[in-house]
Design a binder for this molecule. Sequence first.
Ligand code: PRP
Ligand code: URA
Length: 211
Amino acid sequence: MRVHVADHPLITHKLTVLRDKSTPSSIFRALTEELVTLLAYEATRLVRVEEVEIETPVATTTGVAIGDPKPLVVPILRAGLGMLDGMVKLLPSAEVGFLGMVRNEETLEPSVYAERLPEDLSNRQCFVLDPMLATGGSLLAAIEYLFDRGAVDVTAICLLAAPEGLAMIEQATADRQVTIVLGALDERLDDHGYIIPGLGDAGDRLYGTVS
Ligand code: PRP
Ligand code: URA
């Protein structure tokens, strides 16, 4: 598994504002979109391209275009939806599939409540969006979903991760092509499976509390 932790003052600055409990949802949403665009730059480093010949006003030259099949971007609802616009701005030709997952806050086990993905992902590069990688249960379930349908490699973009969840995913996907791009690797999980220092519940901070 390839792990890239962003090391850039702009990313750390934006994450600091996100973490602050006094930051309102409107700013939280705007910063999430900006952060995913910055992280997507690294996450798409190995996106498949194909050579194309074009005419500039003065010459013929060879450049590249995003290859086929087009990459698939998969936000994990709810919180991953806050990252979608930033990602598709950078990768406008990508297709988008959706996975709705919720973690049981007592057992910490994820369950899937919605799914809208192509049946056949053979030879597809997939980019999963979820701001939080805590125990790793939700992300691992999403990764397995995509590989089961034929994806060749999966890159996840997360704003924050806990070392425990990252290690679990590394162990569980040892024979797969998985990349994880992070805004920051935090200290640990607390007794309730929350990332410390973290930013709280990402879905609630983006969209308000659901009960
Ligand atoms: C959050 C988060 C991840 C998951 C991470 O979603 O967005 O999907 O928890 O936890 P894990 O690594 O321990 O699985 P949540 O279940 O709170 O749903 P929401 O996005 O609807 O708020
Ligand atoms: N989900 C969140 O939204 N935040 C955490 O810290 C852990 C899981």
